[in-house]
Design a protein around this ligand. Structure first.
Ligand code: SF4
Length: 154
């Protein structure tokens, strides 16, 4: 899995103060996508064990308390990313149990296959659906278009 950006302190992508990881790879090609540079799976840089350790350490850093982790992109549930994301969220759930995990995907929840669904077992909130320009609404919180939905899984 490749990643585009990592914010160790983020107050925009989800509630509270968070760590946010933007992964590479997205097959949805939404018109008006704000993040086209993330579409290619080989864009960005490889997600290394060092980056993972830093992310876990940031989540547990008591000097700047983080509410949780946000996973966006690109698409964290692109089939290529799923094994890596599943491993990461499983680890965060185990080692940072009190932190919440939010994940943005371009798939609709009812389109997810069995392995993509396994990721849902470890996250708190899923925001699903492609970005549809005709349904764009700047007043929405945490999503860009009205077709996208927030699923509180825990
Ligand atoms: S799902 Fe998100 S990243 Fe992918 S094309 Fe649509 S808006 Fe862009």
């Amino acid at each position: 899995m490749h990643v585009h950006r990592y914010y160790d302190v983020d107050v925009v992508n989800g509630p509270g103060t968070r760590c946010t990881l933007f992964v590479a790879g997205c097959e949805h090609q939404c018109r008006g996508c704000y993040n086209q540079s993330t579409w290619r799976l080989d864009s960005g840089v490889p997600f290394s064990l060092e980056m993972e350790e830093r992310l876990l350490a940031d989540l547990m850093d008591t000097r700047i308390p983080r509410q949780g982790l946000s996973l966006s992109g690109g698409d964290p549930l692109h089939p290529h990313n799923v094994p890596h994301i599943r491993r990461l969220v499983k680890r965060v759930r185990k080692e940072c149990a009190e932190k919440d995990i939010w994940l943005w995907t371009g798939y609709q929840i009812d389109e997810l296959n069995a392995s993509q669904r396994e990721v849902l077992d470890f996250i708190d909130v899923l925001i699903d659906g492609r970005f549809i320009e005709a349904e764009k609404d700047a007043t929405l919180q945490w999503r860009g278009s009205r077709n996208q939905q927030l699923w509180y899984l825990r």
